[in-house]
Design a protein around this ligand. Structure first.
Ligand code: ADE
Ligand code: ZN
Length: 330
């Protein structure tokens, strides 16, 4: 669907399509344990978040140079633009690269190269969000933020991702305090597989401004009331939830109930190369499976721009919001 929208939950490493993975493997002399792109795609059957993360981290072996990261981001931005994305706030996982010997500067400068020409090449404005891997230590997160200091002009916010259960947000209190002191915005994954309590902790202990996923808030009416009252944006990823078996079928997704409850929902793609679709595909899928009408879809798009980190460019936000209002559905 070409409805203008902001994508607020997108892991750039999760946009690595099999074709690009094989091309980069060849260029960098990396051997993949799959004979073909078809064989690799056939491995995209996941039982839960961890089974996906195992493949996601393994495939990153092909990303080695600035050019690789620039190509990855440029390919994503082209696809996103073709599906109506006007603004993209892009996560990246520096620790998954530094652990393999790729310097953080290579990652950020490579991504930055694609992002700085994105408006001209694709008509998409961008922000970059540095994510800490929550299954690594708090010390590792602090070291990562420190290593990113020379590149902070390229970074708008910090986030928290990877295996959720057993790694509550409070573990990262100190690094989020340090990020606040550096003037960075804050988001965190919470309530994807983890309990509603993790959503509370992300708000109360880390001071996040948006919750990534947040699906499991629906188990806790008091928490829902708080999220509604405070207008906390939730960056939902419906196709991801089905592929990682957080919901059985898209038709069972709580998005309509969440909208009806007054939650500030947005629809995003998470790891589109792995989960069967980019932002517009997610909009198409929920429209179809959940019978969302034009005004619900327009609300989701409006919410995405309202929740975007565009406070330093309110004119642009207003322009994008006007595009949403002007859109006519077919
Ligand atoms: N990293 C990439 N995709 C993720 C997801 N859906 N949840 C947590 N960490 C991730
Ligand atoms: Zn995610």
């Amino acid at each position: 669907m070409h409805l203008p929208k902001a994508e607020l939950h997108l892991h750039i490493e999760g946009t690595l399509e099999p074709e690009l993975a094989f091309a980069l493997a060849e260029r960098n002399g990396v051997t993949l344990p799959y004979a073909s792109t078809e064989e690799l795609r056939a491995a995209y059957e996941f039982d839960d978040l961890q089974s996906f993360l195992d493949l996601y981290y393994a495939l990153m072996a092909v990303l080695r140079t600035e050019e690789d990261f620039a190509e990855l981001a440029d390919a994503y931005l082209a696809r996103a633009a073709a599906q109506g994305v006007r603004h993209a706030e892009i996560f990246f996982d520096p620790q998954a690269h530094t652990a393999r010997g790729v310097p953080i500067g290579t990652v950020i400068e490579g991504l930055g190269r694609a992002l700085e020409r994105s408006e001209e090449s694709h008509g998409v404005s961008t922000r970059l969000i540095l994510c800490f891997l929550r299954d690594l230590s708090a010390e590792s997160a602090l070291g990562t933020l420190d290593a990113a200091r020379p590149y902070l002009h390229r970074i708008s916010a910090v986030g928290l991702d990877s295996a959720e259960v057993g790694h509550p947000p409070a573990k990262f209190r100190e690094v989020y305090e340090a990020a606040t002191a550096l003037g960075l915005r804050k988001v965190a994954h919470a309530g994807e597989e983890g309990p509603p309590e993790y959503i509370r902790e992300a708000l109360d202990v880390l001071g996040v401004e948006r919750i990534d996923h947040g699906l499991r808030c629906m188990e806790d009416p008091e928490l829902v009331a708080r999220l509604v009252a405070d207008r906390v944006p939730l960056t939902l990823c419906p196709l991801s939830n089905v592929r990682l078996r957080t919901v059985d079928r898209l038709a069972d997704h709580p998005l309509p109930a969440m909208l009806a409850a007054g939650l500030h929902c947005t629809v995003n793609s998470d790891d589109p190369a792995y989960f069967g679709g980019y932002a517009g595909d997610n909009f198409d899928a929920v429209r179809e499976a959940l019978a969302l009408g034009p005004e619900q879809l327009r609300t989701l798009a409006r919410n995405s721009f309202e929740a975007a980190f565009l406070d330093d460019d309110e004119e642009r936000r207003a322009r994008y919001l006007a595009e949403v209002e002007a859109y006519t559905f077919d």
